[in-house]
Structures are given as structure tokens and as C-alpha cells.
Design a protein around this ligand. Structure first.
Ligand code: ZN
Length: 167
């Protein structure tokens, strides 16, 4: 195996572990890593339910961690992000993809996705980024399935009840 490929799989494994942690905490299992010069300077997993904030996706959490890292290390984030690679278990949603572009993150590698990113229209919101997918995709699917098999305790149940009354 090529050295670079081995490193990629290692980062993906770590992103996968973050997703597992999310699942254990009752969150949609998505995890990610932002890697700069061979170092993970930002990690994130979904924190939407925990924080009751719908924008707390793994990628947004990790981006915030990188901003903290830049402050701590006296680095200019506009120079750090363009040399940073995102490893994420599931293809970023449109919000996160837009954030990735706005921060000029170098490239985005994900395990699972249908390359919808190429279809999104971002206008002039930053640099286009490279997308690679397919790592451990089957496992990533299984983890999502495991989540959706469970009852989501935070999901509103009123809609189901209304339907019952109508019948
Ligand atoms: Zn997202």
C-alpha cells in the first residue's frame, strides 16, 4: 500500500471513531478530522442534539476547533485552511460544504456519498475543492442504519399523533 494511502486510511479510521462516539451519544453518526501538515488540528462529531443547535455538524465543530488552534498557535487561519484536508465519514451537507469552500479548505475526502457536492451551486464563495469518496463506505452505511433504527428521543412526535386522530 502506498504511504499516502495508508495515512489516508488512518485518518479515516479516526474520523470513523468520532462518528462512533456520536452514535453512542445519540447523535447522527458523522465524524471528521481536519488535518494540517500531518497533524489533526481539528476534530468534530455531530453535537446537534446535545447542544440543541441544528448547525453543530461535525464539520462546523471541527472548523471551530481549528480556529481555536490557530489562535493558540498564533497562526493566520486564512493560511492554515488552504493547507488543510477534511476527512469525514459522510459527504458534507450543503451548509458544511459551503463552509469548507468559504474557508478554502484544500480537499475533502469522505467515506460515503453520491458526489452531490459537484451538483451544488456555490456561486463565487471560494475555491472549488477536490472530493474523493469510497473508504469504508459499507461500515459508514451500517452505522447510519444503526442510528435510524433507534428511536430518536428528540424527534417531535406530534405529527404522528395528528395522523392518528385523522384516521
Ligand atoms: Zn453538515
Amino acid at each position: 500500500m502506498e504511504e499516502e494511502e495508508a495515512a489516508t486510511l488512518d485518518w479515516m479510521d479516526q474520523a470513523f471513531d468520532m462518528a462512533k462516539e456520536a452514535l453512542e451519544c445519540g447523535e447522527v453518526p458523522v465524524g471528521c478530522l481536519l488535518v494540517h501538515n500531518g497533524q489533526a488540528i481539528g476534530r468534530g462529531r455531530n453535537e446537534v442534539n446535545e447542544t440543541k443547535n441544528a448547525t453543530r455538524h461535525a464539520e462546523m465543530v471541527a472548523i471551530d476547533r481549528v480556529l481555536d488552534w490557530c489562535k493558540q498557535h498564533n497562526r493566520d487561519y486564512t493560511e492554515v485552511f488552504p493547507q488543510t484536508v477534511l476527512y469525514v465519514t459522510v459527504e458534507p451537507c450543503i451548509m458544511c460544504a459551503a463552509a469548507v469552500r468559504l474557508m478554502s479548505i484544500l480537499s475533502c475526502l469522505f467515506m460515503l456519498g453520491n458526489q452531490m457536492l459537484k451538483c451544488y451551486s456555490f456561486g463565487n464563495t471560494g475555491e472549488p475543492f477536490e472530493c474523493v469518496s469510497g473508504y469504508r463506505a459499507k461500515e459508514a452505511v451500517e452505522m447510519l442504519k444503526a442510528f435510524y433504527r433507534q428511536e430518536n428521543p428528540n424527534a417531535p412526535k406530534s405529527k404522528v399523533r395528528k395522523k392518528d386522530h385523522r384516521n
